[in-house]
Design a protein. Structure first.
Length: 612
């Protein structure tokens, strides 16, 4: 196709496949693998090399004025070039292809044996990430190759400008899903997600080494790795202090563990910091927390050692279970706690843990995610009928013997408690407002031009008398602003007029979404009798109310269901009880992210090895 396009312009082309210059596969294995973990079937040390290690030599290209030299394949940017196009496939697609045997590992020939996810995770991905990040400022065109029949692309300048803008505002990564032998179906049954997969065991909301960000809309979107966003704007995204400590490694990940209708997770731990750094090559380890979203008093979370646990006996029965498939009572060695909704469990590295059956747990942890060291997996088998891997040597080497007995309940099972109390002015105002008006407050949002059309003058800053009346259009006097930010009405706290009293009738209920802490918003779009030339958005805001909103005409567009065009609104309400002094506050920006930007669709990728 590219040759045809060049020929149409009267240009000849010569193509060079860089895969022809790869070193022999045994030499690549020798250069890139770790000697310490070469025989380990599951784990390896994170690769520290570059794509240069894959080649013995690189091609020498001849430059002529009438021939366009095309170089393609992994590492093509290593050759001298004038224009750089980067073609990318999201990691979930690469994992699925390697697991199915339809793709090869980096530098592997067709006759060099089957590909492995072990090499993909620990060697290929770190090397490719390092190469991509080094090229981020030089890419001329980014091409998303998820659909080879219809690839999508962005120019390099647009890509970099977009990513730098995203670094300064809220952004959601594309959620993905993995299936496992213990997986539940809560997300399938309650949310309708991932219906074609066996289960929704792991819902990855943010896992920086693998997550992507969708740029575009529902009709055309390009997926870009989150790690590229971090590499281009680490200080803006992470903050100066975090960037200083973690470099360009986004240090937090979170996902949902779904065991509703499934089984218990394995009992496992994560490497302690020194072990993670010295053996596995990751500079920091995976401390984590469980926050129970769905559970019950009868459900369990396994956490920490029992106070009277015999570690040698634990090691012995764990080996018997692994080697001879002899079951044992894990609760003789590991404590359990009720998995009540909203309970938080703290899980430092080295602590044995696992979520029990029937839970949905939000797992928030440090980013390293490839090293779950299993003690016991209930003698489960994978989809191919093989016993799932157990890592007793690593697990017992990293077991923290001091996470035991009452210390676990005291230090790791967190109960909600107030951190501080005080008679803060904002809290006092909120309490008075809610006491006077109830938890549901009506707040008027409209374009500032509505005030001008309806009332003829600039909004007044004075409080209104309770018995004042709405003005007529064109009135020279601007009405006082009521206690809820409205023009006043004979009632102390005005409410929208009924449908019968409004002409024309209101449009269907319109829904808006405001990303602001503490707000729960629902609204209707309807014309008001005091501003007959324009409609207003009447919003019901659940407490705590935004009592310090600015009267400044800061406009923002919202997409509303039932409204054919975006509605420009002025956040001009100042919520306060009658007679309360109103203070002018600086305008507060509200950042919104289009729901279309990151459509929550996922894939069901079977990954039996690297997850719990």
């Amino acid at each position: 196709m590219l040759n045809s396009a060049l020929e149409a312009r009267g240009l000849a082309a010569s193509a060079t496949d860089l895969r022809a210059y790869l070193a022999p596969w045994p030499r690549i294995l020798e250069r890139t693998g770790s000697t310490e973990l070469a025989d380990d079937p599951d784990f390896d040390r994170l690769a520290e090399g570059t794509l240069v290690d894959l080649f013995d030599e690189l091609p020498v290209l001849e430059h002529t004025s009438d021939i366009v030299a095309l170089v393609f394949g992994p590492g093509a940017a290593l050759a001298p070039h004038d224009v750089l196009w980067y073609m990318d496939t999201p990691k979930r697609c690469a994992e699925a292809a390697v697991a199915a045997g339809t793709a090869r590992n980096l530098g592997q020939g067709e006759d060099e044996g089957p590909p492995t996810t072990k090499r993909l995770f620990y060697i290929d991905w770190p090397s490719l990430d390092r190469q991509r990040d080094s090229l981020a400022n030089r890419i001329d065109c980014w091409i998303d190759c998820q659909d080879l029949a219809a690839p999508a692309g962005l120019s390099g300048s647009v890509l970099r400008r977009t990513l730098r803008n995203l670094a300064a505002q809220p952004v959601r990564t594309r959620p993905t899903f993995n299936t496992t032998s213990w997986g539940g179906r809560w997300a399938q049954e309650k949310l309708g997600l991932n219906q074609d997969a066996p289960n929704t065991a792991l819902g990855y909301e943010l896992i920086a080494p693998e997550s992507g960000v969708l740029i575009g809309d529902e009709e055309a979107a390009v997926e870009v790795p989150l790690q590229m966003l971090v590499a281009l704007s680490p200080r803006e995204l992470l903050g100066a202090r975090v960037h200083e400590v973690f470099g360009t490694s986004f240090p937090v990940r979170f996902d949902y563990l779904d065991t509703v209708g499934g089984g218990n997770l394995s009992l496992h731990c994560h490497p302690r910091p020194d072990y993670m750094r010295e053996v596995f090559g990751w500079p920091y380890t995976q401390h984590e927390t469980y926050y129970v979203m769905v559970g019950g008093e009868e459900n369990k979370v396994y956490l920490g050692l029992c106070g009277d646990a015999d570690l040698e006996a634990f090691r012995r029965v764990a080996h018997e279970a692994h080697q001879h498939e002899t079951p044992f009572d894990i609760e003789s060695y590991v404590q359990t706690f009720p998995a009540e909704p909203h309970q938080l469990f703290v899980i430092p590295a080295g602590t044995p843990h696992g979520s029990g059956e029937g839970n949905v747990v939000l797992e928030v942890s440090a980013t390293p995610y490839l090293y779950s060291l299993r003690f016991y997996d209930w003698l489960r088998r994978d989809v191919e009928g093989r016993q799932r891997p157990i890592h007793l040597g690593y697990a017992f080497d990293n077991l923290a013997p001091d996470r035991t007995g009452d210390a676990v309940r005291r230090d790791l099972v967190q109960s909600p408690r107030p951190l501080r109390k005080g008679d803060h002015r904002a809290r006092r105002m909120a309490e008075r407002t809610v006491a006077g008006h109830g938890a549901n407050l009506l707040v008027e949002d409209c374009d500032i031009r509505t005030w001008y059309r309806g009332c003829g003058t600039k909004p007044s800053k004075s409080s209104h008398p309770a018995d004042s009346s709405p003005p007529s259009a064109g009135s020279a006097r601007r009405p006082a602003v009521g206690c809820c930010g409205f023009p006043p009405s004979p009632r102390s706290c005005p409410r929208p007029a009924s449908v019968e009293s409004v002409s024309p009738k209101p449009s269907p209920t319109a829904s808006i979404t405001a990303f602001r802490a503490g707000w729960s918003v629902a609204g209707t779009w309807s014309p008001q009798p005091w501003a007959p030339t324009s409609g207003t958005m009447i919003r019901t805001i659940q407490a705590p109310p935004a009592w310090t909103m600015s009267r400044r005409a800061t406009q923002r567009s919202f997409s509303m269901k039932g409204c054919k065009r975006p509605c420009r609104v002025n956040r001009n309400a100042v919520l306060a009880p009658h007679g309360a002094a109103r203070t002018r506050q600086p305008a507060r920006r509200m950042s919104l992210v289009s729901a279309r930007q990151n459509t929550p669709t996922g894939t069901g990728v079977s990954n039996q090895r690297r997850i719990c």
